[in-house]
Design a protein around this ligand. Structure first.
Ligand code: HEC
Ligand code: HEC
Length: 350
């Protein structure tokens, strides 16, 4: 299982050092929470880039308008068939691969009518998640519980205020502790798979915002000026909530090598190296979450939100010293590298 014992002394020292450095910043962050605005004296100017938080504004009143309920679609590898309208059912998420996971608890597959949505609608029944939300499979149980609490009490927000009020924040206030505990126990024992391919290039396909993510737009290409852009290879399969649809993440050339250096050597020395706390393979240590093989867009969003102080729950304090040493280009690089790794032991990477 997780390699906790050999790392402990180093980890304890690193966490202590990081917390000590982080405290003044975190205090500043409390007052500026939810916005990118923090006291300039406490933080070098850091502006959360809008492109890292794709969102269609104004948010449509119903993002899932009446969809086709007659054509029954298929996805590769599954014998099942579902309509687009079924894929948009917030109380009965489509489960394309029911044999790939144990039976989920009711809150994951049904939520509570009328307006408390099933976790599996967004995070998918197998916990694979999507770039616009989060992969939950294999996260530590206590970490899942703590994060839902942080969404609930408003200590975990997003650096882009436009997405602060989205679903997870609204729902976190409505789920009971018991429902969250059941969901956490379920998702924690699932084994994640990586669905991302990372492409280093000076250019990327022309793209547009489709809800809370990017999608290809036509056939041309545009220059990549320091961005990390993740897109489904097939928007149709993404919309059908197919957990095995491949995603591709475009990053500038040299990102993976730069990210590897940051992960292993740290932006400001070994106390801030990702491997020091997240473990040698970045698969997590105890309650510190695994980060390997998760959506690079998700990872980048978190680094930015921690850096601006929008994500300022107590658990994230050790990360403050880490992100303080990262430029935006560093964050792009490290998110790409971390996302390129296997998310679990023995899981092949695409
Ligand atoms: C309507 C969509 C939606 C539903 C339903 C939903 N979530 Fe989320 N969840 C999100 C989004 C969006 C995020 C990412 C927020 C961010 O970027 O910080 C998220 C993030 C999370 C995270 C943070 C993961 C991490 O790695 O830190 C946890 C834990 C989580 N959700 C648990 C749950 C649980 C448990 C349920 C059901 C009881 C649930 N969510 C239902 C949308 C949803
Ligand atoms: C001093 C210890 C420490 C170091 C070093 C560290 N982390 Fe973390 N990291 C944490 C802790 C603890 C959390 C959990 C935060 C929480 O509970 O909210 C975390 C959370 C994260 C998250 C959010 C995960 C999620 O599921 O939302 C990301 C992304 C992350 N770290 C990336 C990195 C990267 C990249 C590096 C290296 C550049 C790094 N961390 C170095 C301790 C550390």
């Amino acid at each position: 299982m997780r390699r906790i014992a050999p790392l402990r002394p180093l980890l304890a020292a690193a966490v202590a050092a990081a917390v000590a450095v982080a405290v003044p910043e975190a205090v500043v962050a409390q007052s500026g929470r939810g916005t990118a605005a923090v006291a300039p004296s406490a933080r070098a100017a850091f502006v959360a880039p809008a492109w890292a938080f794709p969102v269609t504004l104004p948010t449509p009143p119903d993002p899932y308008p009446s969809a086709d309920s007659t054509h029954r679609h298929q996805v590769p590898g599954s014998a099942l068939r579902f309509t687009q309208q079924q894929a948009y059912d917030r109380h009965a998420p489509v489960d394309w691969f029911p044999a790939s996971h144990p039976a989920p608890p009711s809150i994951v597959m049904h939520g509570r009518r009328p307006d408390i949505w099933a976790c599996g609608f967004c995070h998918l029944p197998d916990g694979a998640g999507r770039p616009e939300n989060a992969m939950l499979a294999g996260l530590p149980e206590a970490y899942i519980v703590a994060q839902v609490r942080a969404f609930r009490d408003g200590t975990r927000l997003s650096a882009n205020p436009a997405v602060n009020t989205t679903s997870m924040h609204r729902l976190a206030k409505l789920y009971t502790d018991d429902e969250v505990a059941q969901a956490a126990a379920y998702f924690a024992r699932l084994v994640p798979a990586r669905r991302n391919r990372i492409v280093e290039s000076d250019s990327l396909p022309r793209h547009r915002i489709a809800g809370l993510l990017y999608a290809r737009d036509g056939s041309g290409r545009v220059a990549n000026r320091g961005q990390l852009i993740e897109m489904p290879e097939d928007l149709g399969r993404h919309e059908l909530h197919d957990p095995s649809v491949p995603y591709v993440t475009y990053v500038p050339r040299g990102s993976i090598a730069r990210g590897r250096r940051l992960a292993t050597e740290g932006p400001t020395g070994v106390a801030t190296a990702c491997v020091t706390c997240h473990g040698p393979d970045l698969l997590g240590v105890g309650v510190i979450p695994p980060i390997a093989g998760r959506s690079p867009q998700y990872l980048l969003r978190q680094l930015i939100s921690i850096r601006t102080g929008a994500r300022a729950d107590a658990g994230a304090l050790p990360m403050q010293a880490v992100v303080a040493g990262l430029s935006l280009d560093d964050m792009v690089a490290v998110a790409a590298y971390v996302g390129s790794l296997a998310p679990a032991r023995g899981r092949a990477t695409p």
